[in-house]
Design a protein around this ligand. Sequence first.
Ligand code: ATP
Length: 889
Amino acid sequence: MNAQTPIPKAEAVTPVMAQFLEAKAAHPDALLFFRMGDFYELFFEDAEKAAAALALTLTKRGKHLGEDIPMAGVPVHAAEGYIARLIRQGYRVAVCEQVEDPAEAKKRGSKAVVRREVVRVVTPGTVTEEALLDARGANRLAAVAIRRGRAAVVAVEVSTGEVESLALDPAGLASALSALRPSEVLAADRLFADETAAHALKASGGVVQPMAAALSEPSAAEARARRLYGVETLDAFGAFEPAEISALGLIAAYLETTQAGRLPPLKPPRRAVEAAYMAIDPSTRAALEIDRAQAGGREGSLLACIDRTVSGPGARRLAERLARPLMDRAAIEARLDAVGWLAEHRALRRDLRTLLKGAPDMARALARLALGRGGPRDLEALGRGLEAAEQALALFASRPDPLSGPPALLESHLAALAPTADTARLKADLAAGLIEGPPHLARDGGFIRPGFRPELDEARRLRDHGRQAIVELEGRVQVASGVPLKARHNAVLGYFLETSAKQAEPLLKPPLNAQFIHRQTLANQVRFTTTELVELDAAIAQAGQRALAMELETFEALRAAAGASAAPLQAAAEALAELDCSAALAEWAEEARAVRPQVEDSTVFLVEGGRHPVVEAAVTREGQAFTPNDCRLDGSGDQAARLAIVTGPNMAGKSTFLRQNALLAVMAQAGSFVPARSLRLGLVDRLFSRVGAGDDLSRGRSTFMLEMIETAAILVQATDRSLVVLDEIGRGTATYDGLAIAWATAEGLYQTNRCRTLFATHYHELAELEARLDRVCNLSMKASEWNGDLVFLHEAVPGAADRSYGVQVAKLAGVPPAVVARAWEVLDRLESEGVGKARLEDLPLFAVPPVALAAEPSPLERELARIEPDELTPRQALDELYRLKGLLL
Ligand SMILES: Nc1ncnc2c1ncn2[C@@H]1O[C@H](COP(=O)(O)OP(=O)(O)OP(=O)(O)O)[C@@H](O)[C@H]1O
């Protein structure tokens, strides 16, 4: 979001305003939080925006070029909450701090202003503070680039240091981005001209940050990426494609500016290949409500329904697994082994979950510490995390049946939990060094345990002893002077002796005025000091400062020790998260009576007694029973039909049936048990679901247009390994057009794409396909009529539905009786005239041989895609043109 403050000319402004203008000029598109003593102040347009966004009072401070300067401010101690709210509204916030002591500034002259610098830009994708993060959700910063016809997405989780790089075909951008669900996406500004990329960026759901195209240029990007990792060459990370380097360069550039040079500790990029995951495009993801319900929130999604994790990191792992189901059968089996083993070992699972419930978010604490934003509480979190790791290890070691050892994946997590010499020392130091329940911030001290550093104890003793000495002094001067003096302290005077104005009289006159030095007269009180008190005050202040300095030094030493052990700490954090995730899936499997799916390399899809977990939960809450359903498909057409036409009345459960089968595939390949009696699943490479679409009027597309765009994508991309569930294609247009489109789509999917397909429709004419084609079957959702009313049985049975029962459903919905009666009349007329029958006969079904839908690009197209105009000199461009023309000859 842009917050373009009109930048006034710097002449004739106060020195502070000049500082503000300079900082603002460097961060024109962020709201500038300008530190003034105990407040952050915002000026000009920033003030107006923040005041509106945070319901702050908009005031004025001084004049600029004759005009009042609008101003709004927030107290420093409450700033985090305000910044959080601005970030959630899509703003970026630049924090401009005082970076020197006011006393230092004074040394330069009485008029000198304190130096200020922007120490950080807070943006949605780079926040690390607990208050700004969702404990159960990842917070990713992603960058997108396209070079030489290939695209890349690099995603960084600053709060945990995870980095992932994915090289892919530009057509897959939307799927890849929607799987990552970044909070913020960076892209070179020229990328917005590319329709595919622009669509993918918009569909990502994150705040999009356009970046100068120069930052993604290969050499600049590579240099920055090397700097990010502090390496001479990126070779050790594998062979990056040019687009990946560009995207990594954008991330590096953004982190450099927003973190003001303080770079987070990032893990080496994990390189993923597109083929490693089941591709799920954004509309399929939305339609299936995998991690978010269509209404927006988590509530009502598959994730919310099955999430039994007990820790934030575990919840993030689970979300990640569901967002990106795997294609690697061995990796899926390994996850299933882990879930299965934990499902069997109930007592151990229970103890493990109790243990993990209290475990802290080590990865995020570590990242905050590394970025210099962490405090004693983050150190404590590391200590507690290491303790939890040891306890988890002990739990597994003490299980009663040592013979049935945990499967390989669990073993690898346990190995990561084992302490190293460094982490063991760190844990011991943290336990010995920190008090229970230390404060968030190191700033004020008071968090080092007595006994940890003898010299700190000594400084504290002196400080406390001094305080005791003052109490004694207070008693003595009272007796000596006969005046009721009270010892007090404030930040300006330090310690002083105070009495009422009336009783102060004797102290202001000889002989007592020789001992009592007057400091201040207020309306009712007079304040004094004595030489002894001045000395005590100085000694206390000095000891206090020494104690604080030592505490801060100790904090730094512990922080450095944690930083030096970052790798084993991150590994232990990840292992705890994985254990929570697997144990949670086992817990849910037991609750939901879910079974282990059988995953294969074939193209079968055989479900017995499948259920939709979310609908089942909703139906059960209402006190009703959910009807499980079988589904048999086979891409090879060997055991079952490849295409099933699903008909049945409205409300009979068609959409539920379709979605539940798609979700079973997602869950199985995510490595979860599935809500069914059994499932045999041949790995699904791409999942498509077109189940109802909303309008996308902001992009000027009608519901029907959107439906057709999505249908086109399926027809172009689905392979013989894909699973497609389509609900009511072609209903948003005239009946004949709709039927024709539905028919041709079913035919195309069957003959050209050859994918496994469930095709729900109200065009009962499509049932004819079963008779005409080999591997097509009809399914219908059973309903029966009872006393003129419809009863839904929600059972998928072989055969086509005889009719739609639309009028009965209208009646159930409360359409007025007169309208229902009229509808019956019209329906009777239409049916008696045989309009439906005639219609089908008219269609030129199978008259035209199907065309190859997923056409290969021509050599010329392939060559064109490879050319990167920005990287060519005019001369090279001309040469390229001649070469391309040559391809035509
Ligand atoms: N297998 C089932 N067992 C029990 N109840 C079910 C089942 N399937 C669906 N239902 C119930 O029926 C309702 C309607 O289901 P669904 O939306 O799938 O119907 P539909 O046939 O797709 O309807 P329409 O054609 O109007 O879109 C669900 O909200 C749920 O309450």
